[in-house]
Design a binder for this molecule. Sequence first.
Ligand code: ADP
Ligand code: MG
Ligand code: MG
Length: 536
Amino acid sequence: MEIESMVANSALIRAREGGGSKGRSWKWKEMLKFPHISQCEDFAKSIERDYVSLCVKQPIGKKLFQLFCRSRHDLQNYISLQDALEVFETKSDEERGDFGFNIIQRFFMSQSNQSVSCMQKYEQSCIERLMSDSCGDVFHDCKEDLHKILREEPFILYQESMFFDRFLQWKMLERQPITKQTFRQYRLLGKGGFGEVWACQSRSTGMMYACKKLEKTHVKKRRGETMALNEKEILEELDSRFVVNLAYAYETKHALCMVLTMMSGGDLKFHIYNIGEPGLDQNRVRFYAAEVCCGLIHLHQKSIVYRDMKPENILLDDNGHIRISDLGLAVRLSEEGLVRGRVGTLGYMAPELISHKHYGLSVDWWGLGCLIYEMTAGQPPFRTRAEHPKPSEMERRIESEKEDYWDKFSKAAKDICTALLKKDPKERLGCSSLGGKEVRSHPFFKKMNFRMLEAGLVEPPFKPDPRQVYCSDVQDIEEFSSVKGVTLDQKDFEFYSKFNTGSVPITWQNEVIETGCFRELNTFGPEGSRSQDLDW
Ligand code: ADP
Ligand code: MG
Ligand code: MG
């Protein structure tokens, strides 16, 4: 490895290790200094007073609403119950029974000092549900009822409290303009169609991210505007632990930038082919396939088809969990649930997509079939690794040839691949009205606990080495050529301003919380005289 590469790698490794407080600029507190509340007035008038958005979905909003409720004797128990119900969801299957009964004793029984009276009516039904199936959504109705109560008077009182003022102050910080200066840049991670992807770090919080740059001239020359905006808008709307998150969208003089969850464990292509014999062991195949399946279900729930399933686009984080990335081809389905368009990578395209038909979510289940096949076999389903058939030949094989199976495939692995690689989408696994649920309940996933997986409680079978950089050496990543003779005009600037929306609220708020900045900064000074009533 060349010296330049080693320097770039060790700078990145150090930043990752220091990630969080050590990576913050010495001026971080100044960068996150609350504006005076009088500066928030206009914003306060324009913000939509929606309980779910302000107190449930936005992480900082939720925290401040909870702090408000905790400061009030009459509301404390509601919040303690809400906390307990959240902890319940992080318990393993074995622990759920006991923990569930504990919740019922503490909050549902009239003799308890934490009793929440409106919950008493659920005592019997919840006990029954815990006994029959403690892994079901035992407290569903209780959670709904809690929200029904909290969204009325408590929510109104909250908006008059200093906690809501503080929320507005955080929102103003969130809305600060984003520029190149917001981040420190580390090494080049990879190259995409319109530009490079760089490792970067927020100067104010120390959070590591990957910045995907789209060169303005390239985008224009290749008419990539719709695609770029589409990718950004779809990412912005998603919130899944199995899909990369968008944290910021901003522009520099030369590029449009999407700042994404940092995935430092490399892509699945690297893991399938570059470490030992091609292919992965069955535990890993099952784990990655299950996480990808959850990611697809999340997209499909929002009527989004991914259309770009292949090992290169599935990335590992530093703990060994995967996320689906590269949503440039993802698209929202029409009312009829169909789209057209021959896009993707030929080797992974479903037959119905190749033959120019209208298609729907079925193409992603085909893609999952290709992925499971390739992880197991160490080669994709319709060609060997060394072979480069002509496109017409690839199409013929995909549309009419059956893929091979040999002893690397267990019976369950062969079954699920066969079911996902059915040429006719009507017969394909995942394409009935049950959708992704049908895929999850296939015998291949018998050992997989999807409830725990979705809660992030399943330990990955492989953890990337934190001292290794899982991507090509910097000098091996081809340099990005510049295009000449493209001039930018008014129409381009209009498009850039649609793209340049800054921080994405949920991701930004999570960043501030996860890096500890929220805890350190969210204190209430002596001026907030009401703060003395609080018991922290
Ligand atoms: P394109 O849409 O142009 O193909 P990608 O989104 O696939 O661009 O990104 C190009 C390359 O950059 C990927 O193959 C990968 O090596 C790297 N990359 C992309 N996103 C991330 C990320 N979130 N974390 C780490 N590396 C990434
Ligand atoms: Mg890509
Ligand atoms: Mg792409």
